[in-house]
Design a protein around this ligand. Sequence first.
Ligand code: NAD
Length: 265
Amino acid sequence: MTRFDPFADFRMDGHSAIVTGGAQNIGEAIARTFAAAGAKVMIADLQGDKAEATAKAIAAETGQDVRGIGCDVTSEADIERCVGATVKAFGGLSTLVNNVGWGRAYDDCLDISAEEMVKSYQLNTVSAMRMTAVCRPHLLAAKNATITNSGSMVSVAPAFDFLPYSAAKAAMNHMMLGLAHNFAKQVRINTILIGTVITPGYADAGLDAAAQEKLMNPNNLTGRAGSPQDVANAFLWLASRAGGWVSGQTIQVHGGGARVRLKPE
Ligand SMILES: NC(=O)c1ccc[n+]([C@@H]2O[C@H](COP(=O)([O-])OP(=O)(O)OC[C@H]3O[C@@H](n4cnc5c(N)ncnc54)[C@H](O)[C@@H]3O)[C@@H](O)[C@H]2O)c1
């Protein structure tokens, strides 16, 4: 008698994925997790050399076909080149992860220029729309196709400091809901609302040492900050057959932090 394997649905054999911003941190953990589950993965990142180095390391660890490509997701030409290279290398594309995103804290919530608002929208929201558009024919031709996005807890919780970022991520939530309805019965689309994950990027996010210390010990329901792997596990669920009945959702993976978001003293 064959024994029931609850993990079989989490396998990604036969899948081919693009992970944007996968050269480091959360994107790297997603790429590694997908590859370990059996997927072929293209890491598309502005840091082309780092994308290739990360891909090489993951390929060696997992024995999978993992590649890296320099790609600016705000450039239409780069997106076309990246998607074309992926389809050529892997013979198709079933899985898109829109993981690129960036924001910084502002002391004065109204000392934000129009250019910074637009830049944040371009990077966090528009890029995911354009990646989706260029990937569309390949996703529609694939089996079990999915798009999963790196969203943020601050798209639904008060964001006193990260205003351009939180507004852009909130726009992405709604945009992806609309796209999930457009792709109904063809491609599942979900967005993960990520909370405080400690990565080296926090040092550059405009937070002082005291605020960073507070982030290390966040006031959430689990009492700890997240790791890239905490987040990657949720991406695997949604991108594999295990998440086969989940679409059009924002899934909150933040240690229960969205309920508590006070201004650091
Ligand atoms: N780290 C957190 O606590 C946290 C919290 C909530 C949401 N998120 C979201 O998770 C995602 C990943 O976060 P992270 O902390 O791992 O980010 P990170 O800054 O460490 O990595 C982002 C990657 O994206 C790449 N990148 C930046 N601009 C790009 C562009 N134009 N084109 C292609 N690649 C580009 C960078 O080179 C980098 O490798 C982001 O969308 C972020 O907004 C992170």
